[in-house]
Design a protein around this ligand. Sequence first.
Ligand code: ZN
Length: 138
Amino acid sequence: MDKWTDKLRAGAARLMAGRYGADHLNLAIVVASLAVTLIGSLTGLRLLVIAADALLVLAFWRMLSRNREARMAENRAYLTKTYAVRKAVSEWGNRTKNRKQYHYYKCPKCRERLRVPRGVGSVTVTCRKCGEKFEKKA
Ligand SMILES: [Zn+2]
């Protein structure tokens, strides 16, 4: 005999069969929707709340879409366009996490970001990208 959870799972599987499902872009849309909802309720702007609902509908529509190729292309475009931002955010996160162990410097010549372990005293830093050498205290 089937448990109702099995029926639910089978039903969900049937619903999602051939559908696109979740991706990075959808996650971003859902997060954006939540942020817009928050701003909308803080400012009392109804238009923002409606916009947030529209974003959620868009996320569901993309998830249930059967046109996998088009959705994958959208996701790829999103990932390409946001690459620099996502990289900057994750590097900033790493620097924040490691700031007790490392000093971070930018190369005076090419602006490459370099790190030096804290507590080593005066060091000559050699840029790994352009080879520029400069003095720092770490
Ligand atoms: Zn350099």
